[in-house]
Every structure is written in structure tokens, then in C-alpha cells.
Design a protein around this ligand. Structure first.
Ligand SMILES: NC(=O)c1ccc[n+]([C@@H]2O[C@H](COP(=O)([O-])OP(=O)(O)OC[C@H]3O[C@@H](n4cnc5c(N)ncnc54)[C@H](O)[C@@H]3O)[C@@H](O)[C@H]2O)c1
Length: 260
């Protein structure tokens, strides 16, 4: 119960990593407010929690974000954490096929929304000495071919994490990121389904990790819960590489499958 009596907003909390965070935070005692543009999945997700709430919100909508964050803090009396998670990875696309409009849309969804979540939550978080968790990506740490717009937004989130952490340290608000390699989510499955051989794409993604598997959404949720809790009271401005060794060593990672 490391988050007992904490009030937490999770963007994109209806599915995938966001829902993993919502269920783990709930299990640790938090009151969780899911923000999502998918009203059916969002309402369903909140119902599965012990202390779940759902507010329909498109995170690209500046006024909606501001209003839902303020009203959550007003209604529930406090805000202790925001998890900026909502985002999207487009199908593999070269820079030649990526329009400036595509790039701007990625920035708006993945990066500007994170900036807005931080900006509008901070006045409330200063009062509670709260924290911010940002779901960035391995792609922001290492880069990813055929995903230049996505990787740029994720690298931008890491810059925001470090800069804000330093700016807000004196307010006792901590800001940290998680950079997962591969997580089994609806987005991951949609991406694989867009390729000619979805199963071999998923196998290749699994083999990025030396153990040959992706993370579960709950494993990422547990890292988020740790970062949001007082157990992480001396950690700010960091990005946790959640990759089960994908960034380690040189060459082929999953020896058994490669040898067969
Ligand atoms: N799945 C992975 O392997 C992986 C790896 C690294 C980083 N990430 C990051 O994790 C985050 C979540 O990814 P996921 O795989 O869980 O995705 P997902 O598509 O499975 O779930 C995303 C959730 O966000 C919501 N959402 C999307 N756009 C929204 C908007 N404009 N407003 C409100 N809600 C919106 C969706 O409705 C959905 O509920 C993303 O930022 C992604 O870049 C994912």
C-alpha cells in the first residue's frame, strides 16, 4: 500500500501501459482518475478498480486537459501524481513518407500533451509535494529507424523530465520517466498486425530482450508506483530503462533462438 491515500491522474489509462499503471496504483491504495479519449474502455477500466474514476479527455485538447486536472484536484481535494502516458507509435515510416503534418501531430499527442499534463498538474503537486511519471520510450533513448517523429517526441519527453526535475526540485516535486523497450499492449499488437507477418514481428520484438519476452503492463505499473511513492524520495530527473537487458551487450541478444 505504498500509495495509500494518494490521488493520481493517469492519461491514456483505459488500456495498455496506462491501465497497467492504473491497476497497480489502485492495488497500492491510490485513488486513480483515468483520462482517456476512449469513453467505453475508460469507463470499463475504472470499474475494474477499487477506487477508480474515469474522465473523458483528449490529451491533445489544451483547454480540456487544464479543466479536467483542476476539477479532479478540486473534487478529490488534492492531487499527488500525474502519469503522462497517452501516446501513439505510428506504423514504420521513412522520413520521406512522413509529412510535416504527421510530425506536428506526433509532437502534439506525445510531447505537447506531456508538457500540458506537467504544467497544469504542477500547481496542485506543489501543495502535496507530489510527483510526475512520464512514460517515454527506449526509442527516445536509443533512436529507432523508420520512426523519426516518434523517437523525437520520446527524446523530447526525456529532456522535459530532466529540465523540469531541476526546475521543480526546490518545490519538492519529483519528475521521473520510464523508458520501456517492448510491452505487450494493444498498441504493440496493432503495430504487428499492420505488418505482413505479425507473428514473426512479435517474435523479433520478444528477442530484443535476452529472455525472449516483452514486459507485461503490470511490470511497468510497478515501476511507476515505485517512482510515485515515498520509496523514491531521493530520485528525480531520471529515466528508468525498463528493458530486461535489451540495451546490454553487443550483438544478438537471444542466443537460443538465434542458434536454432
Ligand atoms: N507498448 C510498448 O512497447 C511501448 C514501449 C515504449 C513506450 N510506450 C509508450 O507507452 C505509452 C502507452 O502505450 P501503449 O502501448 O500502452 O498504447 P495503447 O494504444 O495500448 O494504449 C494507449 C491508451 O492511450 C489512449 N489515448 C491515445 N490517444 C489519446 C488521446 N489523444 N487522448 C487521450 N487518450 C488517448 C488510448 O485510448 C489507449 O487507452 C505511449 O506513450 C507509448 O509511446 C509503449
Amino acid at each position: 500500500m505504498k500509495l495509500k491515500d494518494k490521488v493520481v491522474i493517469i492519461t491514456g489509462g483505459a488500456k495498455g501501459i496506462g491501465f497497467g499503471c492504473a491497476s497497480v496504483f489502485d492495488r497500492h491504495g491510490a485513488t486513480v482518475v483515468i483520462l482517456d479519449k476512449d469513453e467505453t474502455a475508460g469507463a470499463d477500466a475504472a470499474q475494474q478498480l477499487q477506487r477508480g474514476h474515469f474522465r473523458a479527455c483528449d490529451v491533445t485538447d489544451h483547454a480540456a486537459m487544464h479543466s479536467v486536472i483542476d476539477s479532479t484536484a478540486d473534487t478529490l481535494g488534492q492531487l499527488d501524481c500525474i502519469v503522462n502516458n497517452a501516446g501513439w507509435h505510428p506504423p514504420a515510416m521513412s522520413i520521406d513518407d512522413t509529412s510535416v503534418e504527421d510530425f506536428d501531430a506526433q509532437v502534439r499527442l506525445n510531447l505537447t500533451s506531456t508538457f500540458m499534463g506537467c504544467k497544469y498538474a504542477l500547481p496542485h503537486l506543489r501543495k502535496t509535494r507530489g510527483s510526475i511519471v512520464i512514460i517515454a520510450s527506449f526509442a527516445g533513448e536509443l533512436g529507432q529507424p523508420m520512426a523519426s517523429a516518434y523517437s523525437a517526441t520520446k527524446a523530447g519527453q526525456l529532456g522535459l523530465t530532466r529540465s523540469l526535475a531541476s526546475e521543480c526540485a526546490a518545490d519538492n516535486v519529483r519528475i521521473n520517466a520510464i523508458s520501456p523497450s517492448n510491452v505487450d499492449t494493444p498498441l504493440m499488437r496493432q503495430w504487428a498486425a499492420s505488418l505482413p507477418n505479425p507473428q514473426s514481428a512479435l517474435d523479433a520484438v520478444c528477442d530484443t530482450q535476452p529472455t525472449g519476452r516483452m514486459a507485461s503492463i503490470e511490470e511497468i505499473g510497478e515501476i511507476g508506483a515505485f517512482l510515485a511513492s515515498d520509496e523514491a524520495s531521493f530520485i528525480t530527473g531520471q529515466s528508468i530503462l525498463a528493458d530486461l537487458g535489451a540495451s546490454l551487450a553487443y550483438g544478438v541478444k537471444r542466443i537460443e533462438r538465434a542458434a536454432t
